[in-house]
Design a protein around this ligand. Sequence first.
Ligand code: UDP
Ligand code: MG
Length: 316
Amino acid sequence: MNNSIVFTNTLSIVVPCYNEEESVPLFYAETLKQERFFHEKGIEFEFVFVDDGSRDKTAQAVKTLRENDERVHLVSFSRNFGKESAIYAGLEKANGDVVVLMDADLQDPPALLPEMYSYIESGQDFVGTRRVDRKGEPPIRSWFARRFYGLMRNISKTDIVDGARDYRMMTRKVCDAILSMKEYNRFSKGIFGWVGFDTKWIEYENIKRAAGETKWSFRKLFLYSLEGIMAFSTMPLTLSFFFGMLFCVLALALLIFIIVRTAAFGDAFAGVPLVICAVLFVGGIQLLCIGILGSYLSKTYLEVKQRPIYIVKEEF
Ligand code: UDP
Ligand code: MG
C-alpha cells in the first residue's frame, strides 16, 4: 500500500523513530515552526516517520498527527531493525525533490533547515551537520569516538567525518545514490561518504535530547564501530596477512639461530621455554587472524542471503 501524495516541490523530512512517542509530537510542532520560510518559496513539507519496531505508542502518535495533516506518512516495521534500516525505508518512501534526515529527539535542530536549504538552492547536492563539541556525553565515550574516527580515516578510503550527524539534507540525485546501495550491513556514515558529492558542513553545538533516552549503550556503539570498520575497510585482512609474513620471517630466523647454536654449543634443548612462548604467541595471533577472517566471512554470508533490509507491518 503506497498512497503517498506526489508534490512537485517537496521537502521530505525523514525521521527514524524507536520508542519516541513523547518526541514525535514535539518534533512535529518544532519543525512546523520553520514552515513559513519554505512556504514563501512554494515548497511543501512531507513527513516520513519510520517506526522502527517501537515498543511504545510511537505509531499511534504518528497516526494522531495524520488525522490533521495529510502530509504525515508512516512506515512501521514488524520489529526493531535498527536506525540504518529505518533511514533506508524512510528515504525509499520519500517523494521530495529534496530530502532531509532528522532524529526524532530534536537533537538535530529544525532551526538549521532554512540555512541547509539555502545551500541546496545555491547548487550544493549534499549538506551535512557536525557537532563541534560532545558536551553532555561521558568523556570515555568521546575518547573512544575520537579514536574510532582517527582509525577510520587511516584505514578506509571513504571520507568519514568526526562529529558528523545523520542530520543531512540532500537532493533527489544523492537520495537515489544512497538507495542504490542495497547492502544488508548498513553503516550510514560510511555510505554517505562513499556516494561522494561535495558536502557542505554546517557546525553546531551539541543539544540534549528533548524527551526519552538514548538508544545507544556503550556496548552497542562499540559493536557498531566494528561494523563500520568491516563495512568500509579491508585493512584488518591486510593486517593479518602482514602478521603471517612477519611471523614466517621470525620463525625462520629463530630456526637458523637454534641450528647454529646447537652446532656451536651442542645443547639442543636449551631455550625450550623461549620456543614454547613463541609457539603460544604465534598460535594466538593465528586465532586472532582466523577471527578477523571469520568476521568478514559472516558479513559476506549475511549479504549473500539477500535478506530484505526491513519488513513493513503497516504504512500510509
Ligand atoms: N533510532 C531508531 N532505531 C534504533 C535506535 C534509534 O530508529 O534502533 C532512532 C531514534 O529514535 C532517534 C535516532 O535514531 O530518532 C537517534 O537515536 P538516539 O537519539 O538514541 O541516538 P543519539 O542521539 O543518542 O546518538
Ligand atoms: Mg539523539
